[in-house]
Write a new protein. Structure first.
Length: 403
């Protein structure tokens, strides 16, 4: 998920204040003792330089980098493009409806937002997190920033489970980051900020927010989890509005909000314990599936290697799908149907088999259509037409199997 930097940072945000408060008659300040002052007030607010450093943002980026380094070290395999093997991601704690709801592995909710599928995925998220965090953290405070990040991460996972097909495996902090983007958009309408500050914040939120959410309006497909983005954005925007409606200030509950990140870390450690307990099972199961570096890179390689792959990995539905493609290319439609049926059957028990099941269903529909079994073909193609499979869906539409 590549992201581009832009522009420059706006004017440095003013020191923490009770923004969005209604005008009131001045009153005598109450005496504040050392006992009443929070640690954040003592350490940060008295020092302008420290107050402007986005410590939480930087800490989150460091944590994500360290976690990905551990992912790379423990990965079963790495594809030529740098993507980690999907079986490794499942063993680490990736989320999907089949895994969390179907198998009851709730602990994945606390781990999936911290994992990334490739270096490019990680770098894109870290760039977005830094640019947004630099503007937002000093604006709303570290406590609210932490609360929005954690809540948006959880909401992003819920959005992913709700919107994606049951077998789609998902990882990444983009749900949490999109929540921060939505919060920056809402918080930009600070009546006390000058025009340059407001414009800088709005540009940043729109620059990242529009591509993160707009594809949902056009039937988003591909490898980006736009449903996680939507869930995170709803949570982040709602939380950013709350101080206006309830507390009238982002400084109202700094201590309670600051505990959110610590609580989130504790929950993640508990979830990591559950992941460690299941790790050996998923890593052993991964031996039955094609490694990421062995996957065919193009159609010609699929046809050339399909027999070898189905021989070596008979339990992997992808090997049977490749074999079905080979038979379709050779015009052997009955054999293609048989191979596609095997892929569909195996994908039903595979926790990462959702995309394979849809692809095999589409291919089998084409094989049935080529044999003159139009009615069966249209019934089978319905799932693939709904799945927005890109090139495969275009082929189905061209043969009039998709409405």
């Amino acid at each position: 998920m590549a992201t581009n930097t832009f522009g420059r940072r706006g004017v440095v945000a003013s020191p923490p204040r009770a923004a969005f408060q209604p005008v009131a008659a001045p009153i005598a300040p109450a005496a504040v003792t050392d006992r009443d002052a929070s640690d954040e007030e003592t350490l940060f607010r008295g020092n302008k330089l420290l107050a402007d450093i986005p410590f939480v943002t930087i800490s989150l980026i460091v944590v994500l980098l360290l976690i990905f380094a551990l992912q790379r070290r423990l990965a079963i395999d790495v594809a030529p493009d740098g993507s980690l093997d999907v079986r490794s991601l499942i063993a680490y704690g990736a989320s999907s409806y089949d895994l969390i709801v179907g198998r009851g592995e709730w602990w994945r909710i606390g781990l999936a937002p911290l994992l990334h599928g490739s270096e490019g995925h990680l770098i894109g998220n870290c760039v977005a997190l830094f640019i947004v965090g630099v503007r937002l953290e000093s604006l709303i405070g570290r406590g609210w920033f932490s609360l929005i990040f954690v809540a948006s991460a959880l909401a992003g996972t819920v959005g992913s489970l709700s919107g994606n097909a049951p077998g789609i495996v998902s990882v990444g902090a983009s749900g949490a980051i999109t929540g921060l983007i939505a919060a920056l958009f809402v918080a930009s309408f600070d009546p006390e900020a000058d025009a340059d500050q407001t414009m800088s914040r709005l540009k940043t939120s729109l620059f990242f927010g529009v591509p993160a959410l707009l594809p949902l309006a056009f039937g988003a497909s591909g490898n980006v989890d736009y449903f996680a983005h939507a869930g995170g954005a709803l949570a982040g925007g709602a939380l950013a509005v709350m101080p206006w409606l309830v507390f009238w200030s982002y400084d109202s509950l700094p201590r309670r909000c600051s505990m959110t990140l610590l609580a989130g870390c504790a929950v993640c450690l508990v979830c990591a314990g559950f992941a460690a307990a299941h790790y050996s099972f998923y890593m052993a199961d991964a031996q039955n599936y094609i490694r990421a570096s062995e996957l065919p890179a193009n159609g010609s390689e699929i046809t050339r290697r399909s027999l070898d792959l189905v021989t070596r990995y008979p339990k992997d539905p992808r090997s049977h799908l490749f074999r079905a493609i080979y038979f379709m290319d050779k015009g052997s439609f009955a054999s293609a149907e048989t191979a596609a049926r095997a892929a569909i059957s195996l994908s039903a028990s595979d926790v990462a088999g959702g995309p394979v099941r849809s692809g095999a269903s589409a291919l089998m529909a084409l094989a049935l259509y080529a044999q003159g079994r139009d009615k069966e073909a249209k019934a089978l193609a319905a799932e693939s037409c709904r799945a927005q499979l890109g090139d495969m869906r275009r082929i189905l539409k061209k043969t009039k199997l998709c409405a």
